[in-house]
Design a protein around this ligand. Structure first.
Ligand code: CLF
Ligand code: SF4
Length: 497
């Protein structure tokens, strides 16, 4: 069997992007933050679950080389620590990256964060990475800077990172145990030598932990990404969560391993499976006892542009950017006004939610939890046609309130308002994707999918179009409770038992 080629030298990776780890926080968690930390996270779409409905991020692919080998990586694609395999991005020079960032910021004022996450490891390419950060912190000081790293070169880079207004660093930490590490990392490139197995993994782990401590000492927010690999590190990640929290990490993002034979990775070729949705959620719930969990990561590509889950990269290819005439001073003024308006809207919603929580005490309800799928294109409202949704957000409603659980990707089957239901296969697939959900909330839905959803035991609901997601989910939950559908012995529960 042919396995991925592994070289002795740091290699050029041809993909770009921020890979799979995720982080996030809830409104309640935001409420308990100090003002300076809240200022750092409230418009960062990865560090605040709330913010990801409104604010966008972008990545620039300036970092081709990597200094370690992960068994889930194929260098033909973006760094799998931050992006799903299978998407290759165009490598940019630091000058091109700066130009692109300012063009995107001027055209998408909701873009608040520039991340460097690949296609290799940003800190294995310090000149390119820091040249980009340096120029942006001078020319576009209103953009937050963010970096994602495997951590090997982190301790040596902390001083430089703290000089450039970089408040957010992600470290991918998959284990604290070198024996487990040797099953994930065949080698690391350290002091001009390739060091294999347990010895190499031990160096990587020590560097990651040292880097984490150095960053938190300096007040830089750290998100830890962990790739969940069943049978390898899944039973160990709760311990990772506990330890990194103790050391001051702000957020933990447990991401599922994506391993397919066609990606050509070691794990893909060897048939290593990724976790199921249920396994991932169970681990996230287990870890959330110890720290804030990110559940809204989209494992985005290294050159992603837009809201999480959307990709507007095609609008900003270098040839199109060369044609653009950007006046960044006036763009900054416009961005400021828009950011303030969004933040005001978010605050008003937060206050309204707190008030409704006090007037509507549901904790005494003796009802079971319900999963609901929501079609949205952002702004925290239900504003997407069922057939146009590229993904559904999954919420759980229960007597404890409403919480975001995950997102599920769909196959697009509808190309216009009149064509709903034409592509039976994609529709059936999407309905299978919604397995476990009892309700789907969308702005509009065709007759054909409506019928099929009902047959599958999922109630479509278009009555809450343009309403706040969490309020609508709770309203539907209360209606179900009043109708006696949520009693312990309800028919639905018996059917799904
Ligand atoms: Fe990019 Fe990563 Fe910064 Fe976010 S992504 S470098 S922290 S700006 Fe976000 Fe994308 Fe998940 Fe990364 S959703 S893959 S966690
Ligand atoms: Fe690939 Fe791992 Fe390097 Fe990322 S850190 S580019 S996944 S080898």
């Amino acid at each position: 069997m042919e396995l991925p080629v592994i070289n002795d030298q740091p290699e050029e990776s041809q993909a770009t992007g921020c890979s799979s780890d995720s982080c996030g926080s809830t409104d309640d968690q935001l409420d308990h933050l100090s003002d300076d930390i809240r200022e750092k996270v409230q418009n960062h779409p990865c560090y605040s679950e709330d913010a990801h409905h409104y604010f966008a991020r972008m990545h620039v692919a300036v970092a081709p080389a990597c200094n370690i080998q992960c068994h889930y990586c194929n260098r033909k694609y973006d760094c799998a620590n931050e992006s799903r395999p299978g998407v290759v991005s165009e490598l940019l020079s630091p000058e091109q990256a700066v130009k692109k960032t300012m063009a995107v910021a001027a055209n998408i004022p909701q873009m608040t964060v520039l991340g460097i996450a690949g296609p290799g490891d940003p800190l294995a390419n310090p000149e390119r990475t820091f040249a980009t950060f340096r120029a942006l912190s001078e020319q576009a000081p209103d953009i937050k800077l963010c970096v994602s790293t495997n951590g090997l070169a982190l301790p040596d880079s902390v001083e430089e990172l703290s000089k450039h207004n970089i408040d957010h660093v992600t470290i991918t930490i998959n284990t604290l145990d070198p024996e487990i590490g040797a099953k994930i990392y065949p080698w690391v490139y350290w002091n001009n030598r390739r060091i294999k197995g347990v010895r190499g993994a031990k160096i990587l782990i020590e560097q990651q932990q040292k880097g984490l401590e150095m960053l938190t000492e300096r007040g830089i927010l750290v998100k830890v990404n962990s790739v969940m690999i069943p049978g390898v590190n899944d039973e160990h990640l709760a311990e990772v969560s506990r330890v990194v929290k103790e050391k001051g990490a702000f957020l933990h993002n447990v991401m599922p391993l994506i391993a397919e034979a066609e990606h050509g990775t070691f794990y893909g070729v060897m048939g290593q499976r990724g976790p199921s949705q249920d396994e991932l959620q169970a681990l996230q719930d287990q870890c959330s006892g110890d720290m804030n969990m990110m559940r809204h990561c989209r494992q985005c590509r290294a050159d992603a542009v837009g809201l999480l889950g959307e990709d507007r990269g095609d609008e900003f290819t270098m040839d199109k950017i060369e044609e653009m005439d950007i006046d960044y001073q006036s763009a900054m003024e416009k961005r400021k006004v828009i950011h303030e308006a969004i933040e005001q809207e978010m605050n008003e919603k937060r206050v309204a939610k707190a008030e409704s929580d006090t007037t509507q005490d549901i904790s005494q309800l003796n009802t079971r939890p319900v999963l609901m799928a929501v079609a949205t294109s952002g702004q925290g409202v239900i504003n997407m046609h069922f057939g146009h949704a590229k993904e559904f957000l999954i919420y759980e409603a229960s007597p404890s309130g409403v919480r975001f659980i995950s997102h599920r990707k769909t196959e697009l089957y509808c190309s216009g308002d009149d064509t709903c239901g034409e592509a039976e296969t994609a529709l059936s697939q999407n309905i299978r994707t919604l397995e476990g959900c009892e309700v789907v909330l969308c702005s509009k839905i065709g007759y054909e999918p409506w019928e099929q959803l009902e047959t599958a035991g999922i109630q479509p609901n278009g009555e809450h179009a343009m309403e706040d997601i969490e309020e609508a989910v709770m309203a539907v939950y209360m209606e179900m409770a009043e109708a006696g559908k949520l009693d312990e012995t309800s028919e639905q529960q018996l059917a799904t038992a």
